[in-house]
Design a protein around this ligand. Structure first.
Ligand SMILES: Nc1ncnc2c1ncn2[C@@H]1O[C@H](COP(=O)(O)OP(=O)(O)O)[C@@H](O)[C@H]1O
Ligand SMILES: [Mg+2]
Length: 243
């Protein structure tokens, strides 16, 4: 049952590695068009959740529904075809390929030239620097620019849901606002974004709703603006607790 506007719905999802539980009964929903942040410390299970949605690891129980359909047991390539793009941690780009080719490779599931041109323009609106770098090899970009390229490539298939794993990790602080401006631009065009971050402050500022994960369980969720003011969040993640 999903009698609402949620695009992605996880219901009581568990994931285990060799019997060790990484996710223990997680329920989460992402409304269509929203930015949803999933925050938590290292090891909380954030990456495992994204990998479960992408079909890269199997759930041990629970269901994952996308656009009303049960995708829990679908193969990863089928999940991509349904419109879920996953940008993994570590800004993996094709280093020796140009920025242009990296972007066009992201459009492989859709052969329409008109769609490609439209999405390239949208990618440049989100990350203007990429237009200036089009003919450079990806290896010549800074870390922050590579992250922008990785995110932009994720949008090139025209996904309904874009999942980003730690987009600001290891990025020069001056570039982080540009990365977030790009993420907001992608969402403003109607793409739902599920954003995983240890950078809780940036993630909560950008998000509409948020979930806090601790050792595989959701311990808090709600409007991101409310969570910023929550004592647990302030103390555990924002360094603002009574010290
Ligand atoms: N491939 C794996 N094999 C075994 N354990 C794993 C594997 N990947 C993650 N884990 C464990 O699962 C838990 C959650 O990890 P992960 O989902 O990567 O968390 P996060 O992304 O929040 O840092 C951690 O205890 C981690 O050590
Ligand atoms: Mg992770």
């Amino acid at each position: 049952m999903s009698g609402d506007d949620a695009l992605l719905v996880l219901d009581d999802v568990s994931v285990a590695y060799d019997g060790m539980r990484a996710l223990a009964g997680v329920s989460l929903r992402a409304a269509a068009g929203a930015i949803v942040a999933l925050v938590g410390a290292n090891g909380a299970g954030k990456t495992s959740l994204l990998r479960a949605v992408s079909g890269l690891i199997r759930t041990s129980s629970g269901t994952i529904r996308f656009a009303g359909d049960d995708i829990t047991r679908l193969a990863a390539h089928r999940i991509v075809q349904r419109g879920i793009a996953h940008v993994p941690e570590g800004r993996r780009v094709f280093a020796s390929a140009t920025v242009r080719d990296n972007l066009l490779l992201g459009a492989f599931v859709d052969r329409s030239a008109a769609h490609r041109a439209e999405r390239l323009e949208a990618a440049f609106t989100a990350f203007p620097i990429l237009r200036d770098r089009l003919d450079q090899r990806a290896s010549t970009l800074s870390g922050g620019e590579q992250q922008m390229l990785a995110i932009a490539r994720g949008t090139m298939s025209g996904p309904r849901l874009l999942m980003l794993d730690e987009p600001s990790l290891g990025i020069a602080p001056l570039l982080i606002p540009h990365i977030y401006a790009g993420i907001r631009s992608v969402a403003a065009r109607g793409t739902t974004v599920l954003l995983v971050e240890q950078n809780v402050r940036e993630a909560l500022r950008a998000a509409d709703t948020a979930y806090v994960l601790q050792t595989g369980r959701v311990v808090l969720h709600g409007a991101a603006a409310d969570l910023i003011g929550d004592p647990l969040v302030q103390e555990a993640f924002l360094g603002l607790g009574a010290a």
